[in-house]
Design a protein around this ligand. Structure first.
Ligand SMILES: Cc1cc2nc3c(=O)[nH]c(=O)nc-3n(C[C@H](O)[C@H](O)[C@H](O)COP(=O)(O)OP(=O)(O)OC[C@H]3O[C@@H](n4cnc5c(N)ncnc54)[C@H](O)[C@@H]3O)c2cc1C
Length: 390
């Protein structure tokens, strides 16, 4: 019999499973409805020997020592610096928009003037959210801010969220600030690396423990039943006394009683090219009104060398549609008050089950990057699982 059941074999579930197995010496069953482990980090090797990220490009960027140290137990790394370019009026400029972008887009004199004024106002090296730049107390900088807003943020945000940058939560646009330096790297994190043999291999190693059993193609609701009246959990119709770590969506777990939580989704177009490379940067963004948002060249991410073949992933955003043939994966929770209200109702319901521990981007209904997911899982392990459930 298992001491813990973990639903979902992405980072949230896998980290919890490993900690429970290793540190508490308890038996864990981890299940996933997909036919593979690794959640959205899943990658596989294609017929050309190229590593492909099935759920869109994923980069390992970390600041926290404890996250880097934990993952380093399960993989070797290759150094990596993520480069993103945006195509603006036919010119490719680095993203986040920075001083190099100004040099590329304006004549020398104007570029110099704009850069000097920006640095005077905000200081060299500052990262300024576009919404703050739009409020600049300087006419020329305001004109520049409007230009950047229109050329970089407006269409991209509308495509991605079906909302303008002024309508989405400010935290969304703040993720890509205007950077007053010549640092053309996309991320500024301490650790920017990729797992040498891919993410799936990292997950295989993490889940390879004598106390962990992995079962795939299992739908949580086919295995567990939530008895709301008594706050009990049943595992194949037997009362379960252990802990249930749940990384799926809470609205699903509670049969959409308060309505469905909305998400944005993506469709991916995978394309093979008979060329060594198709673009200079890892990612090429199209912040204009064509339907795709960006194209990633996998070889640029993984550092693999293969002649005359390369694969790109182009992303088309849309609204999540449960059970449809397209846009069927819930990728990005919608950050607004209305959705939070619905989510809080599910969270309250979850709290009625003392054995239930929701964690991860679906269960918490929050956009977490990989590092934030792992930190959250470690925090939940320390504060909810160790203290109350062990
Ligand atoms: C397109 C895209 C690009 C991204 N790029 C990056 C990046 O470059 N760097 C970065 O740090 N982060 C990135 N992220 C975020 C990253 O994917 C997440 O932080 C991370 O995958 C979250 O892990 P998780 O375990 O919470 O969720 P997931 O990885 O989604 O895992 C949840 C798992 O639970 C399973 N599950 C759900 N419900 C059930 C159920 N009822 N029964 C059985 N199984 C169930 C799902 O099948 C899934 O495998 C990106 C996200 C997207 C969408």
């Amino acid at each position: 019999m298992y001491d813990f059941i973990v639903v979902g074999a992405g980072y949230a579930g896998a980290v919890c499973a490993r900690m429970i197995a290793e540190q508490l010496n308890k038996k864990v069953l981890i299940v996933d409805r997909r036919p593979h482990i690794a959640g959205n980090m899943y990658d596989f090797t294609d017929e050309n020997g190229l590593l492909i990220h099935q759920y869109g490009p994923h980069i390992s960027v970390m600041n926290e020592e404890k996250v880097f140290d934990l993952l380093s137990r399960f993989t070797e790394w290759i150094p990596y610096h993520h480069t993103v370019r945006a195509e603006v009026d036919g010119i490719e400029i680095p993203l986040p928009f920075n001083l190099t972008g100004i040099d590329y887009l304006f004549d020398v004199k104007k570029a110099l003037r704009l850069k000097e004024r920006l640095i005077e106002l905000y200081g060299f090296g500052a990262n300024i959210p576009i919404l703050q730049l739009l409020e600049a107390d300087d006419e020329e900088i305001q004109r520049l801010a409007n230009y950047i807003y229109e050329k970089i943020f407006l269409h991209y945000t509308v495509k991605m969220w079906d909302l303008s940058p002024l309508e989405v939560d400010a935290s969304v646009t703040a993720r890509i600030p205007v950077r007053l330096s010549y640092d053309n790297r996309h991320f500024q994190h301490k650790y920017q690396v990729m797992p040498k043999k891919g993410f799936t291999c990292l997950f295989e190693n993490m889940l390879n423990h004598r106390n962990i059993t992995v079962q795939l193609d299992i739908e949580a609701k086919d295995m567990i039943r939530m008895d709301e009246k008594h706050g009990k959990i049943f595992f194949y119709e037997n009362e379960f006394s252990g802990g249930l770590i749940y990384t799926g969506a809470l609205d699903e777990l509670f049969d959409f009683q308060f309505g469905e939580l909305p998400y944005r989704s993506l469709e991916f177009e995978f394309k093979m090219w008979q060329k060594d490379h198709i673009q200079d940067s890892s990612v090429l963004n199209w912040p204009d009104d064509r339907p795709a948002t960006r194209r990633t060249e996998m070889k640029r991410l993984t550092g693999q060398r293969k002649d005359n073949v390369t694969v790109t992933i182009t992303e088309y955003p849309g609204a999540f549609q449960r059970g449809a043939s397209g846009y069927a994966e819930p990728y990005y929770p919608i950050v607004n008050e209305e959705c939070q209200k619905i989510y809080q109702k599910y969270k309250k319901k979850a709290e009625k089950f003392p054995q239930l521990v929701p964690v991860g981007r679906l269960a918490d209904y929050k956009y977490y990057n990989m590092e934030a997911t792992i930190l959250r899982a470690l925090d939940v392990f320390e504060h909810n699982i160790c203290k109350e459930k062990a």
